[in-house]
Design a protein around this ligand. Structure first.
Ligand code: ADP
Length: 549
């Protein structure tokens, strides 16, 4: 499109280079705190960080021969050197490809081969995993190993041919003459976790990542700012840790990383000792954290916490309410996908709705919210007809915006992009008159009983409000008459009991009769995807026939 009357403003590229130089110039004293394997902390400043980013950029270009456009992979948990890779790789014009270490080695091999990764930066603890798929990746030339403690000399020798990250960057200049990059250059490659077929690559650009960071910093949305202490629990190998490290570096926020520790006690210790103000993760993490708080309500001082973002799968209202009423802690519920860089919608209660009843307010906070600035939303039926925002009509959510994928990396998945420029999310939703989106299911998880759709998410949320229930996942079991019927797999809290009748009673009256699960299964744990979501396909494999036998 050509402007009719061109504006007279500078054409200044939106690139990550600006963020890293901004960190050096304005925030050299801000801190980065990484948790090591033994749970002690390694502390550095943004000053150290920006020098190390430059050193890594030199090492990648001169010692490892990385060229613009090359894919450089990481196989690593959350820590500062991983953030260094987040910036050094894209700022030399190459593409960082974060490998999801929770995937099966065969899938990892497929993804790294598909991405044609030339170098991988790997945590030492993950070398055995790398070994399992490394030979499936013909393009891979070099393996660089992050040191267990960046501030100490490595004590154990590395296998032949592997390079130590600290040795690699030591002695390199601490400034880099960054190349001028087009803002539409690719910066990062993330793969979907393959719960809907083969993993598909999504190629974020500098521009999409920068714009996404600005919105992450906006008070309207997550509001990450320079006075925050940010602990991203969401892994850096999953959709760029929801873009949080980019936003934090851009505004000089102190960052805290849990390394490979995801247990509630370690995370709560970190939140309390580092005075964390902002954290983010999937519901599973927060369910564990709330249970730990309930077990020892006085142990941790979380008074510094401003908000905790929950996303990746539906945050049960009982979880949001539990944090608020028992601990005065605010949850921000957000929806997104790898394909949306990933923030798409966020549940903010609009000012004129704040006088609603506690139940209405909770219902809004527990919805997926409405599209953040620059993202647009609609939902459609199977024929592509746009549906009304009446809070009842279910359809597939579609989104568009400057950080929504327009195609995948490779030829896959072309049918997810509509002719008129929207991305089909695969999520079944209703949208109400105020624009609040409510996910009733992923399209492949919806229970189709006698032609009617039943929302597993709503049933799960209701079950998880029962005081004895820790987690509940509702899935479609085969049924001779109705094709599919809902069955609930339930994990009880430790030392709690309850019967199938109790659970049925807790749903009674809240839903149409035909929504009532035909069976409640008490299980030890619910199978999960590599990103911590309930793996309903596995539940269907395990228990899909419970109603026919
Ligand atoms: P994958 O598609 O491989 O699971 P993603 O992390 O990209 O990997 O998952 C995106 C999906 O996660 C969305 O399409 C949606 O189904 C689900 N999701 C994300 N956030 C939420 C949320 N707040 N509530 C319900 N579902 C969510």
């Amino acid at each position: 499109m050509q402007p009719v009357q061109p504006g007279r403003m500078m054409d200044f590229p939106l690139t990550l280079t600006h963020f890293v130089e901004r960190a050096r110039t304005f925030f050299p004293k801000s801190e980065l705190v990484s948790t090591l394997a033994d749970k002690t902390q390694c502390r550095m400043t943004y000053g150290d960080f920006s020098s190390r980013v430059a050193k890594l950029a030199h090492a990648l270009t001169t010692k490892l021969g990385v060229k613009p456009g090359d894919r450089v992979a990481t196989l690593a948990f959350n820590h500062q050197p991983h953030v260094e890779a987040y910036f050094a790789i894209p700022c030399i014009g190459a593409v960082i490809h974060t490998l999801n270490l929770r995937l099966h080695p065969t899938e990892l091999g497929y993804i790294a081969k598909h991405g044609e990764d030339v170098v991988v930066l790997c945590d030492e603890a993950l070398l055995p995993l790398l070994e399992k798929f490394k030979n499936d990746v013909p393009s891979l030339r070099k393996v660089v190993v992050f040191s267990p403690d960046p501030q100490k000399k490595r004590t154990s020798p590395l296998p032949d041919g592997f390079l130590d990250y600290e040795e690699l960057i030591a002695g390199e200049p601490d400034r880099f003459d960054w190349p001028a990059l087009d803002e539409n250059s690719a910066a990062m490659l993330c793969y979907t976790s393959g719960t809907t077929g083969n993993p598909k690559g999504v190629l974020y650009s500098h521009r999409s990542t920068v714009l996404h960071s600005l919105v992450t910093m906006a008070r309207e949305n997550m509001g990450v700012g320079g006075d925050d202490v940010v602990l991203p629990v969401v892994p850096m190998f999953h959709a760029a840790a929801w873009g949080i490290p980019f936003a934090a570096i851009a505004c000089g926020a102190k960052m805290v990383f849990g390394g490979g520790h995801f247990d509630p006690v370690t995370l709560l210790d970190l939140m309390a000792s580092e005075r964390v103000t902002f954290s983010a993760g999937v519901p599973t993490i927060w369910i564990g954290i709330l249970a730990a708080l309930d077990a020892e309500p006085k142990r941790w001082d979380l008074s510094s916490m401003r908000t905790m973002v929950i996303g990746g799968s539906a945050a049960p209202p009982a979880l949001i309410d539990g944090f608020a009423t028992r601990y005065g802690l605010e949850v921000t519920h957000a929806w997104g996908m790898t394909e949306t860089n990933p923030l798409g919608t966020l549940a903010r209660v609009k000012p004129h709705l704040r006088s609603g009843s506690p139940e209405q307010l909770l219902a809004m906070r527990a919805s997926q919210g409405f599209a953040v600035t620059f993202v647009e939303q609609r939902h459609t039926d199977e024929t592509g007809r746009v549906l009304p925002w009446d809070g009842e009509t279910m359809g597939e959510l579609e989104v568009r915006g400057p950080w929504v994928a327009k195609s995948y990396f490779g030829d896959e998945g072309a049918d997810r992009f509509t002719k008129d420029g929207w991305f089909k999310t695969g999520d079944v939703v209703t949208i109400d008159g105020e624009g609040y989106v409510r996910i009733t299911d992923r399209s492949k998880d919806v229970v189709k009983s006698g032609g009617e759709w039943i929302s597993s998410v709503q049933l799960e949320n209701a079950l998880m409000s029962h005081p004895a229930v820790l987690e509940a996942a509702v899935f479609a079991a085969r049924h001779p008459k109705w094709d599919e019927r809902p069955v609930a797999a339930v994990v009880l809290k430790p030392n709690r009991t309850c019967s199938e009748q109790d659970l049925a009673a807790c749903l009674d009256g809240k839903f149409a009769k035909y929504w009532m699960p035909d069976k409640f299964l008490f299980v030890e744990q619910i199978p999960r995807t590599s990103t911590g979501k309930f793996l309903k396909s596995r539940l269907r494999e395990l228990y899909g026939d419970v109603l026919v036998k």
